[in-house]
Design a protein around this ligand. Structure first.
Ligand SMILES: Cc1ncc(COP(=O)(O)O)c(C=O)c1O
Length: 458
């Protein structure tokens, strides 16, 4: 990897690693031009001039590239996996619609997300319904729509959906979300350990209104390397064996959830490895897919049973690196102590996840100049929590300069809020063309649902 000089890395990552290597913009297809960093010939600074700052920018070619990587059939295998995008990861309808046009189904967790998928024209047979918030009324909506798969988050949901199915004369295809020993637990899923998941299946099988052929295992905790993936798969496959041996259940739909990481996004905890090495060791989409398909298929063939269809629900790995957040320096504030504060027009209101994750940040106009100054990057809201990054070294900043926060395509838009400031627009960049796919929120939008809204002049 080419060495870049323009940015430095979060001090959290620095703890055991005095000289981690910053990443180069060409990883994301960015090039340096006279107007600063550009994508497909479009200057990022000009994008902000035209559409306003802050601004989310979707890179359509990269989105399609990631889709194709997930859809590929691993070498030597008859088929790959079926892919369902986790809607909550980046709920921009134009992105979701594009994913559907490219053949990606929908993984939804609420009546709103189900409604949205149907509005976007997603075939109900390509929708998976998950989530811990099912109610009597959502159970009816789920059952009425004849979805590909409904996964029970916990045992108590089984009766709810079974009753809705019986009342509506339907027989939905269902599975149970199981929790492996390293998965998120508590609210999420039924632990395999202690036989809890098996007994949930026993209960599900006792309802004639349910077609129980699915297993759902979303790990939740990150799958960043081959060993973690291997442990996860072995535990889930062992559970499939137990279902077959103890309950005679042949799994037809094996839903392995999401959790694959984006290589260039790292957790903000100490790591003894240099940044570039950490990234190199992280599983690519291809390596993940090869391992999943290979391990599942080989396991079932060895056991003399028909391999199930493999369903995946990627969120961050599919869209994380396909979007960036552009923002500008509103103000500079030197306190005389520690790094100067650069107050940006985007903060935790749009990029809350930066409190937990390292994302590369580029100085758009002067990437490549010496990173001579340390800054604390603050957001604009009146909250002491609104700090995006401390101690980042950048070329000298001026008011109005543009920064690009990379890998903004997962859990930024979803967790954005209108605290003090309206939310930004979203532009899709495709073959050099810019399309505004979500206009920025206006002040009037922010009070549109309020009783006094008519009285306010717009
Ligand atoms: C059930 C389910 N599937 C898929 C995902 C997507 O996860 P990720 O973005 O880690 O791939 C999530 C997100 O937490 C989820 O809850």
């Amino acid at each position: 990897m080419q060495r870049a000089q323009s940015t430095s890395v979060d001090p959290h990552l620095d703890r055991n690693n005095p000289a981690p290597e910053p990443l180069h913009p060409d990883r994301w297809g960015l090039t340096r031009t006279e107007e600063g960093l550009s994508l497909e010939g479009r200057s990022l600074a000009r994008l902000c001039d035209r559409w306003g700052s802050p601004l989310f920018v979707v890179h359509a070619a990269r989105l399609e590239g990631n889709v194709r990587r997930f859809q590929r059939t691993p070498p030597g295998r008859a088929r790959g996996a079926e892919v369902f995008y986790s809607y909550k990861t980046n709920p921009v309808p134009a992105v979701l619609q594009r994913l559907w046009q490219l053949g990606i189904g929908a993984e939804v967790v609420s009546p709103y997300e189900l409604w949205l998928a149907l509005q976007l024209g997603v075939d109900p047979g390509r929708i998976i319904y998950n989530g811990p918030g099912k109610t009597r009324s959502s159970a009816r909506a789920i059952v009425e729509n004849d979805l590909l798969l409904v996964n029970f988050n916990h045992r108590e949901e089984i009766g709810l959906v079974a009753q809705a199915a019986a009342e509506l004369g339907k027989r939905p295809t269902v599975g149970v979300r199981v929790a492996t020993s390293e998965s998120w637990s508590g609210k999420f899923g039924v632990p395999i350990a202690g036989g809890q998941a098996l007994s949930a299946y026993q209960e599900a099988l006792s309802h004639s209104s349910l077609r129980v052929v699915g297993v759902h295992a979303h790990r939740g905790t990150a799958i960043g390397d081959a060993d973690t993936l291997d442990r996860f798969l072995r535990e889930v496959l062992g559970f499939c064996d137990a279902l077959h041996a103890k309950l005679g259940l042949a799994v037809e739909l094996l839903d392995l959830g999401g959790s694959l990481t984006v290589p260039t996004v790292l957790p903000l905890d100490a790591s003894p490895l240099p940044l570039a090495e950490q990234i190199r060791r992280r599983l690519s989409i291809e390596a993940y897919l090869d391992a999943v398909v290979g391990q599942v298929e080989d396991h079932f063939r060895r056991a003399g049973r028909t391999p199930p269809r493999i369903l995946l629900e990627p969120g961050r790995a599919l869209t994380g690196d396909t979007q960036m957040l552009l923002c500008r320096v509103s103000s500079l504030h030197a306190t005389g102590e520690g790094p100067e504060h650069a107050i940006l027009d985007a903060g935790e209101n749009l990029a809350h996840i930066l409190h937990r994750e390292y994302h590369e940040i580029f100085h758009v106009e002067r990437w490549g100049d010496p990173a001579e100054t340390a800054y604390t990057l603050d957001g604009p809201t009146c909250s002491p929590m609104d700090v995006l990054r401390e101690g980042v070294r950048l070329p000298r900043l001026r008011i109005g300069d543009t920064l690009a926060i990379m890998d903004a395509g997962a859990y930024l838009v979803s967790f954005s809020n209108s605290f003090c400031f309206p939310q930004p627009g979203v532009v899709m960049l495709e073959e050099g063309r810019e399309t505004l796919v979500r206009r920025a929120e206006t002040f009037a939008d922010m009070i549109d649902r309020d009783a006094c809204a008519e009285a306010v002049s717009r």
